[in-house]
Design a binder for this molecule. Structure first.
Ligand code: AMP
Ligand code: GLY
Length: 417
């Protein structure tokens, strides 16, 4: 099978790494990719948001499957263009991707499907904002309606900060604060059959102890030893299947990856958000544990044959990933700095720990930073403690001036608290 992956983050590196390990993938291409992906896939230059360009590339390469990684091309309709050309594509249509592209749309689908989520108001004026903030009280949860790379959400005790964020958005969703731990649960679906993956936990805040601003995610781990073993079945029944059924009922079936961001509150599971693609960095740890070859699973979703798939097989290992980010991320990051120690990780830590590239590019012989999240250092072990130790040993070998990473990824879960 010839596979083309669209995207350039650590998620795409994790996807390409998994795809490259299986014998059924005979050729692996990625566009636009990054310096790390270049080691496992052939890179091509393409504007990932341009459906016609992606389709032309897929056709020229004779791709049997196109996997669209990030949300922006999905929301732009890239999967539709590829599908119309008759090439199987893993990723929802433009309309179905609105589950991620518009928080107001997602709320509407959840209401229709009876999916438990935070109570919310959609506001477009200052008066509506004031009324909604008043109705829920602190802590305030204010979300930009559109796509914002994980940075459009402000959760704050400070009414002024809540008002200021709302004032900067055209349309906001203001909602009830959900307490309790967060879980990311991904499901692969062909629009009808839903196959959940293993749950993971992401660390959204920039700083240790869940301080600082929200980011795209600073680290993740899987499995979740503290979670109820029935969680996945419960979420499949109350969230994932009803959402997929509702999308099909509306005539806009959702196929691809449905990402449920959940809060496990004292009153039960609630959906915080949906995404229409694999999460980053959770994908790094989920795929590290998946034993079933990935390509066949994605192709089954793309061709509507998930029902025939054997149950997925998972490793008992634990996996931890730690994101190394540029100076100033999630603000405007500093880029262009050389990254050292990558060879040392490959020599000393592989195969239990490895580096997945996000914002990197090759500059002569050097690999330099080229974005906010630069690397995702991923490790496996017999338990979270060992996976965590291995991940941080590898992080310690990496040099990038001014870089930052959290030191407490999976710490509590590994310690059993
Ligand atoms: P989202 O982009 O909707 O996932 O929001 C980003 C992050 O903001 C989430 O992962 C949560 O940590 C936090 N958040 C979002 N909505 C809520 C809520 N209703 N209550 C508490 N925290 C929230
Ligand atoms: N890790 C959060 C996301 O992918 O949206």
């Amino acid at each position: 099978m010839k596979v083309l992956v669209i995207g350039s983050g650590a998620r795409e590196h994790a996807l390409c790494r998994s795809l490259s390990l299986a014998p059924d993938v005979t050729a692996l291409h990625c566009a636009p990719g990054n310096a790390g992906i270049a080691e496992v896939a052939e890179l091509h230059q393409v504007d990932a948001l341009d459906g016609a360009a992606v389709t032309a590339l897929a056709t020229r390469l004779g791709a049997d499957l196109v996997v669209v990684g990030p949300e922006a091309p999905l929301v732009a309709g890239v999967a539709d263009a590829v599908r119309e050309a008759g090439v199987p594509v893993f990723g929802p249509s433009k309309e179905a991707a609105q589950l991620e592209g518009s928080k107001a749309f997602a709320k509407d689908v959840m209401a229709a499907a009876g999916v438990p989520t935070a109570r919310s108001y959609v506001c477009t004026t200052e008066d509506e904002v004031a009324e909604a903030l008043d109705a829920f009280g602190a802590p305030y949860v204010v979300k930009d309606d559109g796509l914002a790379a994980g940075k459009g959400v402000v959760v704050t005790q400070d009414i002024e900060a809540a008002r200021a964020h709302a004032a900067g958005c055209e349309r906001v969703v203001i909602e009830e604060f959900l307490d309790g731990p967060e879980v990311s649960l991904f499901a692969i679906t062909d629009g009808r059959t839903v196959v959940p993956l293993q749950p993971a936990q992401d660390f959204k805040r920039a700083l240790d102890g869940d301080e600082g601003p929200n980011t795209g995610g600073m680290g993740a781990y899987s499995p979740l030893p503290w979670a109820d073993p029935k969680l996945v079945d419960e979420v499949l029944e109350t969230v994932l299947q009803p959402t997929v059924d509702e999308m099909r009922r509306r005539g806009t079936p959702f196929s691809g990856l449905l990402y449920a961001g959940l809060a496990i509150t004292s009153r039960g599971v609630r959906v915080i958000e949906f995404n229409a693609r694999f999460g980053d960095p959770e994908t790094q740890v989920v795929l590290a544990r998946l034993k079933t070859p990935l390509a066949g699973v994605l192709l089954a979703a793309a061709t509507g044959t998930l029902d025939d798939l054997e149950p997925l097989r998972w490793s008992d290992d634990a996996a931890v990933t730690v994101v190394v980010a540029s100076h100033n991320y999630p603000g405007t990051p500093r880029t262009g700095d050389p990254i050292t120690g990558l060879d040392a990780v490959a020599a000393e830590d592989a195969p239990h720990a490895y580096v997945l590239h996000a914002g990197t590019r090759r500059d002569g012989d050097a690999i330099v930073s080229a974005g906010g999240r630069v690397l995702s250092v991923t490790a496996t072990g017999t338990d979270l403690m060992q996976a965590r130790e291995r991940a941080y040993e590898a992080v310690a070998r990496i040099g990038l001036e001014g870089s930052q990473h959290r030191t407490d990824i999976a710490a509590k879960a590994a310690a059993g608290v």
